[in-house]
Design a protein around this ligand. Structure first.
Ligand SMILES: Nc1ncnc2c1ncn2[C@@H]1O[C@H](COP(=O)(O)OP(=O)(O)OP(=O)(O)O)[C@@H](O)[C@H]1O
Length: 689
């Protein structure tokens, strides 16, 4: 990997010092490479806990090893140590921009600092995009600085290669990323997305560096999704952000346009006059890095603040959780819309925090200025949703924190040396009892499941699918984001926009549904809810369950609806057609999940069968060898995926047909023709993902 020095591939050769960062999947330590006497950073991923995203991890390691750009963090090497993957990287002594903000610049940086950070980051993006990669996780937490002020973009955990074909591309039709920074087209999962998604995240990162936090950062993920989709794009306010130049405001404005086609490429953006004020790295060293406490110390302070938040009373828990998610980032998380809806439902209807949220209030001001930036903003600002409307989007569902990723207090481990002996260097909780792979657990649960009582949602799922019930109930737990061939770093370059557009079109044509939106007990609530109305929400029109004062509203189109409040027959007809389409989609998703679970099981079993004590420790990461059963299953998987693709295509055609039929049939009956079209879109967004 990247360095000419030979970094050892053995945990014994490294001495781990204090923790300097953590994310969804990993903990990062400052460490010493003993033979080379060099300080490094080591990202330790617990492979047992990352069962669902081994492909993502392989991808990150591979991308990290092949990139070669001064503004991208390149790994020295990586290897497995028991159930952990160690990625050895250069130590970026100043840490991430997020950590610098949290410890010393809560209100954001000055413009020349921002311009410098952003220019370096953008250079990294230009390089990645030219090589066919989308970073997909651009945020302050992934912009790292070393002690000399050099800036590097890190974390390729969710990066994707545009030149991947087949399964890889399909697997990208899942929600991956951090919602505050996530582009609307990524959230919608409708027509795919491309390099421009990074440009949106880049714009959000610019706001994060300017204000000390990203827009909507205190809200739960579903709320962020809704606000990003329904509200006018965030931006710098002409009044509130007087300290920033017009060039900066414009630069942010052109990044944060909802239509990706109207956003500039990273290459074009780099030519924006705003970046002229960027300075050399030593400017950073003299300014923001000057007098900063050591990284480990800053990290501990942030963590103890996080712990303090947890100690506060329950009523503030949602905000705490949201802030934790923000501080830690929630990357590489495959969003489950039902979980997100539950999170959104946790905001109480009289949530006063909304009114206090500076972003929210700023948004109202921003809307007055947005017309100056883009026509899109101007049109959206007039009909932007009120606070009540936004809250009404959230269906009143019983909540569950169980599925929401959270590692509270885990980071309080503090400083410790765990590198001297191999046993210490790896997690002490490694026990035989834990050796049972998820596949084994799956099979075990299968036999238990067949005897156990069935829940309502299992009954419903069983009616709609030929899959065994246990698989349906367990699919969420054992599903994988993707089982796909490892990505290769394509040497192919597409430096021109035209070529890139071609790649994008090719990609968009080839892709089809593959993401899983597991449905759980909560879905039955949706399924029995009342028929939807359509109402205006800013530029978007959102279907709600009931606009009457007593009725709860719901931003989802509810295909199973059939309640008394339905205003017209066309919704009933549509609902029945859409419900059939939805069933097909669900069936496909569940079949896919079952296959993925089985493949995972086979992979893990074959790894264990192979693994002798000599070979399983500290060997470089390898793909498990294929045995006959695995091959059989892979063939089956391929066939099923093909059939899933063709079914998905069919569903798409039906949807289009249905939309056209509805338009023709009901254009004379209803004045809300456009609303109806958008209603179908809304349904597609929420259910076809
Ligand atoms: N090479 C490094 N030098 C110094 N600090 C680092 C380094 N790599 C990572 N960090 C710190 O660790 C944090 C978490 O690392 P990273 O983002 O790679 O983990 P992750 O699990 O992939 O997180 P995410 O949730 O963003 O996917 C970073 O935000 C950064 O503060």
């Amino acid at each position: 990997m990247g360095s000419e020095k030979k970094f050892p591939l053995n945990a014994k050769d490294y001495k781990l010092h204090e923790e300097i960062g953590d994310g969804v999947s990993a903990t990062v330590y400052r460490a010493l490479c003993i033979p080379l006497n060099e300080v490094v950073a080591i990202k330790v991923l617990d492979l047992e806990k990352c069962n669902n995203d081994l492909d993502g991890i392989r991808r990150e390691v591979q991308t990290m090893s092949l990139i070669n750009h001064p503004n991208l963090l390149q790994a020295h090497c990586s290897f497995t140590a028991r159930h952990q993957l160690w990625v050895v990287m250069p130590y970026m002594a100043a840490g991430s921009c997020l950590h610098i903000i949290k410890s010393s610049y809560q209100d954001g940086f000055e413009e020349p600092v921002i311009a410098t950070l952003l220019r370096e980051t953008l250079r990294a993006l230009v390089y990645l995009h030219a090589h066919g990669h989308i970073h997909r996780d651009v945020k302050a937490g992934n912009i790292l600085l070393d002690s000399s002020g050099a800036v590097k973009l890190a974390d390729f955990g969710v990066s994707a290669c545009m030149y991947d074909t087949g399964d890889r591309q399909r697997s990208r039709n899942t929600f991956v990323g951090t919602p505050c920074w996530m582009a609307p087209e990524v959230m919608q999962q409708l027509h795919g997305y491309d390099f421009k998604a990074d440009v949106w995240s880049f714009g959000i990162t610019a706001l994060e560096l300017a204000h000390g936090h990203a827009p909507f950062s205190k809200y739960p993920p579903m709320k962020v999704l809704l606000m990003t989709l329904q509200n006018a794009p965030p931006g710098l306010d002409y009044e509130r952000d007087k300290r920033f130049s017009k060039a900066f405001k414009e630069m942010v404005g052109i990044c944060l346009v909802k239509d990706p086609k109207k956003r500039p490429t990273s290459e074009k953006l780099l030519k924006h006059p705003f970046f002229k004020q960027a300075r050399p790295p030593d400017y950073m060293a003299k300014t923001i890095l000057n007098g900063l406490p050591p990284l480990g110390e800053r990290y501990r302070t942030i963590k103890s603040k996080e712990a303090d938040l947890l100690m506060q009373n329950k009523s503030e828990y949602e905000v705490q959780l949201s802030q934790q998610e923000y501080i830690r980032g929630i990357s590489a998380w495959n969003f489950n819309l039902e979980d997100l809806k539950n999170q959104a439902a946790l905001i109480s209807d009289d949530d006063s925090s909304l009114a206090e949220e500076p972003d929210f209030n700023r948004k109202q001001c921003e809307r007055q200025d947005e017309s100056a930036l883009s026509p899109e903003r101007a049109s959206s600002s007039e009909t932007a949703p009120s606070q009540d409307e936004e809250l009404n989007d959230i269906h009143d569902l019983e909540s569950s924190f169980a599925s929401f990723p959270s590692k509270p207090l885990q980071a309080l481990k503090g400083c410790f040396d765990i590198g001297e002996e191999e046993d210490n260097a790896t997690n002490p909780d490694w026990k035989d009892a834990n050796l049972m792979s998820s596949g084994q657990q799956l099979l075990k649960k299968a036999s238990i499941g067949s005897l156990a009582h069935t829940t309502k949602e299992e009954d419903i799922a069983a009616q709609n699918s030929s899959l065994p019930r246990h698989v349906i109930s367990e699919q969420k737990k054992y599903s994988s984001g993707s089982i796909t061939p490892e990505t290769t770093f394509s040497p192919k370059r597409t430096s021109s926009d035209a070529e890139r557009d071609f790649q994008q079109r090719r990609y968009q044509t080839e892709r089809s549904y593959s993401g899983s939106l597991s449905r759980t007990k909560r879905d039955t609530v949706d399924e029995t809810s009342e028929s939807p109305y359509v109402e205006h929400k800013g530029r978007f029109k959102v279907t709600s369950a009931d606009l009457s004062p007593k009725g709860s509203t719901n931003s989802t189109f509810t295909p199973f609806g059939g309640g008394s409040s339905s205003p017209s027959s066309f919704n009933v007809t549509t609902a029945s057609i859409l419900s059939s389409l939805h069933l097909i989609l669900r069936q496909n998703a569940m079949q896919r999940e079952e296959i993925l679970s089985l493949i995972k099981y086979v992979e893990q079993t074959s790894v264990k069968q192979r693994g002798s004590p000599e070979t399983s420790l500290d060997e470089p990461l390898q793909t498990p060898s294929a045995n006959t059963r695995e091959k059989e299953l892979e063939t089956q998987l391929m066939l099923l995926q093909q059939s899933v693709s063709s079914l998905t295509e069919e569903v798409k055609k039906y949807k289009q047909k249905n939309a056209q039929v509805c338009l023709l049939t009901f254009s004379s009956k209803t004045p809300t023709l456009t609303s109806f079209t958008l209603e179908i879109k809304s349904y597609t967004f929420l259910h076809s993902g």
